[in-house]
Write a protein that binds this ligand. Structure first.
Ligand SMILES: [Fe+2]
Length: 270
């Protein structure tokens, strides 16, 4: 019995230690994606699921990494805050700290979608603060990126499946070259059928618990072994990149390290 108790305590302590290390280890991933239709290289930083997390004062650690990378743009695919956000946002702090050195775009995740509807307390101030900080919010809208790429921001919606019909209705046929920021990669096949060249997502947090050589265990909607949980995928001839997210949302993150993704967009014939 005593041996069992000691083993249990050691096991729990080790798991707790791995959890703390997993939450506090920021990783920088680098990926190359060929995007048909562009005529030069571009570097973008992809962030997702900050969930009010600070990396240093005013996210200074994140900012110094971004400064070193010097990307052409920062693309954020939602859940940069939590549903309850009544104060100053760490995401806005990061953008202010970057002082307009890089353009920042945001599509809405499930937390922002709820904030937008005023649930549970309402936080119009979150979006106002982001806009004042210079964030371009793409709420089912698009923008021209680098004067060349059409960037689409699909807003998470609990009610509706984002199939080709819906995306056509919101955005029309995708222009090429194009990037779609869509928080939930669970609809990757639908996004790919719609036809944009690159899809950027987050939401899954790498599957919360990662098993080496197996992958992520759990999606936020409690589905086991989500198909798209981390990294680059080929989906119906289109590219999908899923970020593990740069923050954490208790109790996830066990060997699923927070991630800042650097994506180099390359032309087909450099
Ligand atoms: Fe999410």
């Amino acid at each position: 019995m005593k041996l069992f108790l000691i083993t249990l305590i050691v096991f729990i302590a080790a798991a707790l230690l791995i959890y703390i290390i997993s939450c506090r280890t920021l990783t920088v991933s680098r990926t190359v994606v060929i995007l048909p239709g562009i005529d030069r290289e571009y570097t973008v930083v992809h962030l997702a699921d900050m969930h009010k997390k600070y990396w240093g004062d005013d996210n200074s650690r994140l900012c110094s990494i971004i400064d070193e990378i010097a990307p052409d743009a920062i693309l954020c695919t939602g859940d940069m805050t939590d549903t309850v956000d009544t104060g100053s946002s760490p995401f806005a702090a990061m953008v202010k700290n970057l002082s307009g050195r890089f353009p920042v775009y945001l599509s809405l995740g499930n937390h922002e979608a709820r904030l937008k509807t005023g649930y549970p307390f309402g936080a119009k101030s979150y979006f106002d603060e982001l806009r004042r900080s210079g964030v371009v919010i793409l709420d089912n809208e698009s923008a021209k990126l680098f004067g060349r790429i059409r960037l689409y921001g699909y807003s998470f919606d609990y009610e509706t499946k984002p199939d080709k019909t819906l995306l056509d209705r919101i955005f029309g046929e995708p222009e090429q070259p194009s990037i779609l920021m869509a928080h939930d990669p669970g609809y990757a096949e639908e996004y790919a059928e719609w036809g944009c060249g690159l899809i950027l997502s987050g939401h899954i947090h790498g599957g919360a618990i990662r098993i080496p050589f197996v992958g992520g265990v759990l999606s936020p909607d409690k589905k086991l072994f989500p198909k798209y949980d981390s990294g680059l995928y080929d989906v119906k001839g289109k590219k999908l990149y899923v970020s593990r997210g740069v923050g954490y949302y208790f109790p996830d993150r066990f060997l699923s390290f927070p991630e800042l993704s650097v994506i180099k967009l390359m032309p087909e014939n450099p």
